[in-house]
Design a protein around this ligand. Structure first.
Ligand SMILES: [Zn+2]
Length: 540
């Protein structure tokens, strides 16, 4: 009897152990939906019936955070697969100013090598040079040299930051076609084929999309301040050859996923002994958000199509019999145009006063102080602002004091922090919902790249004054509409829960590492493995 019980207990334990450690998946698919705020995911969750509904049936963390202050594309993508905040990845913004470089253009693009001759921050050589830490794919290839690390995106910086320093294939849209910065890698046969198919589609006009009733309820044209045209009732009709309209439409994500699926087949991803990682950053939601705002018919159509397109992509993986897992998140959130927000009752929603731009503020201050030159470098009304290093130490100090006081006196400014104040702030250890403003800025701070001071605009101030160039809405702030993003984990046969506990995008990488049995040295990344996902976290 006793022996029987022991055997039964042993069998139970064995089956429990087996249930706890299924073999690791052979392919990690990591999807970043650019500018997919948690506000948008929450609003549309009930409308999703395709890929996004399927992924949400795994574990849905409703309160994921890109917890740092400068919520832009490059820093956001740098957190997802490194497990580190921008203070460690070194990717503090899409661009920064480095007055020590030899090049005439002192603005540095996050995903460039500025040492390349005849380059500028606008015409750059794509490179992962500035990313200071390895990605999950880099670490997988160190441990398992036959693992493949592949990235596809509508934006070069997204593909670079998700794949890192040792990518097998990296393809991104350059405005006309998918291209790569990798010179040694063989070009897969599918790439020219997909590019040719996109060129053929682009040469034809595209009829307007037919909205579902839910999207029709959002169709209402709203006038935009600052010279832009009204938005809110667009349906993505495109004239032949209009590549800018292709990019700011669901077509861009469809093309990105088509190339991703073709690479899975040609490279036989997920069908060998060692795991592969495929990073896909879908850029259209961001371009649609910038061009039309987030609460019109345009975004509704975009998210409807995104849901369907991701579903189609997952169906391809299913049909190939690949054992894969998916993580989905965003590089930052976003916010609607202030004109429509005011109609919805957000009384303080406003566009920024153009006088806050450093190009306007700098000359005003230097004239007052009797200092030569523009004084402040950069072209921004918020975030990192730099003092011209060609000035004497005494003048730099006078200008810094005057600039901090001048910004603090502006009614649209919430706070100003000097680099010394930020550097003296310890890295936050509490949940991202509890971080003070300076703690958020601390995780966006990297000495030598960050500014001399950091300006935080008040909540609901949109830092676009002039809308005549086509962008009417944006992100980038310290506020939760820009910080809060969905984080989903999905694996075949796994049913998780909806979780409201705040988590961080830096937690994604250690969770995926645990899922594939990739050991991480204790303390080597900022993030922590998340329980309640398909991963079994190692004991901390
Ligand atoms: Zn972005």
């Amino acid at each position: 009897m006793r022996k029987f019980l022991l055997a039964a207990a042993a069998a139970l334990l064995a089956s429990h152990a087996a249930a706890q450690s299924p073999p690791p998946p052979k392919l990690l698919v990591v999807i970043s939906v650019d500018q997919f705020s948690a506000n948008l995911f929450d609003e549309y969750r009930a409308q999703f019936t395709g890929g996004l509904a399927e992924l949400a049936s795994g574990t849905w963390f409703r309160n994921g955070f890109q917890s740092h202050a400068l919520t832009e594309t490059c820093p956001g993508h740098s957190t997802i697969l490194t497990g580190d905040h921008p203070a460690r990845t070194g990717i503090i913004g899409n661009t920064w100013i480095d007055q020590s470089i030899a090049r005439e253009d002192k603005t540095v693009y996050c995903a460039e090598d500025e040492r390349a001759p005849d380059t500028s921050s606008a015409h750059y050589k794509v490179s992962p040079e500035h990313l200071l830490v390895p990605t999950l794919g880099d670490l997988m290839k160190s441990r398992w040299p036959s693992s493949r690390n592949v990235a596809v995106s509508g934006k070069d910086r997204a593909a670079v930051m998700m794949s890192g320093h040792n990518a097998d294939q990296r393809w991104y849209w350059d405005g006309k076609q998918f291209t790569t910065d990798l010179t040694g890698a063989p070009v897969p046969q599918v790439v020219p084929k997909v590019n040719a198919a996109i060129a053929a589609a682009l040469a034809q006009p595209r009829p307007a999309l037919e909205p579902l009733p839910y999207c029709q309820t959002k169709a209402r044209a709203v006038p935009v301040e600052g010279g832009g045209t009204p938005v809110g009732a667009g349906r993505f009709a495109r004239s032949a050859g209009d590549a800018a309209a292709l990019r700011a439409s669901p077509e861009m994500d469809g093309d990105t996923l088509a190339l991703s699926a073709a690479l899975v087949d040609e490279m036989q991803l997920g069908r060998r002994a060692t795991p592969d990682v495929l990073s896909v950053s879908l850029s259209a939601t961001d371009y649609v958000g910038h061009t039309y705002g987030t609460e019109g018919e345009e975004m509704c159509l975009q998210l409807t199509e995104l849901d369907r397109e991701i579903g189609d992509f997952l169906s391809v993986l299913d049909s190939r019999g690949i054992d894969y897992a998916v993580a989905l998140t965003a590089d930052h959130g976003g916010k609607d145009i202030p004109e429509r927000e005011r109609l919805a009752g957000v009384a303080d929603a406003a566009r920024v006063d153009a006088a806050l731009n450093s190009r306007v503020m700098g000359p005003k201050l230097t004239a007052r102080l009797g200092i030569q030159g523009p004084g402040l470098l950069g072209d921004s009304s918020f975030g990192d602002i730099y003092i011209d290093r060609r000035l004497s130490a005494a003048d730099r100090k006078r200008l810094l004091d005057a600039a901090v006081a001048a910004y603090r006196a502006q009614p649209q400014v919430e706070a100003v922090f000097t680099a010394a104040e930020i550097a003296a702030t310890p890295k936050p250890t509490s949940p991202p919902t509890e971080w003070s403003l300076i703690e958020r800025v601390r995780e966006s701070y990297y000495p030598g790249r960050s500014g001399d001071f950091f300006v935080v605009l008040k909540k609901d101030v949109t830092p676009i004054a002039d809308t005549s160039h086509g962008f009417v809405a944006t992100h980038g702030s310290v506020w939760d509409y820009d910080r809060r993003v969905p984080i989903l984990f999905w694996r075949q046969g796994f049913r998780g829960a909806t979780v409201t506990t705040p988590v961080d995008t830096v937690d994604i990488m250690p969770t995926l590492a645990a899922l594939i049995g990739l050991p991480l040295a204790s303390g080597s990344v900022d993030g922590h493995c998340l329980e309640g996902t398909p991963a079994f976290c190692p004991d901390r």
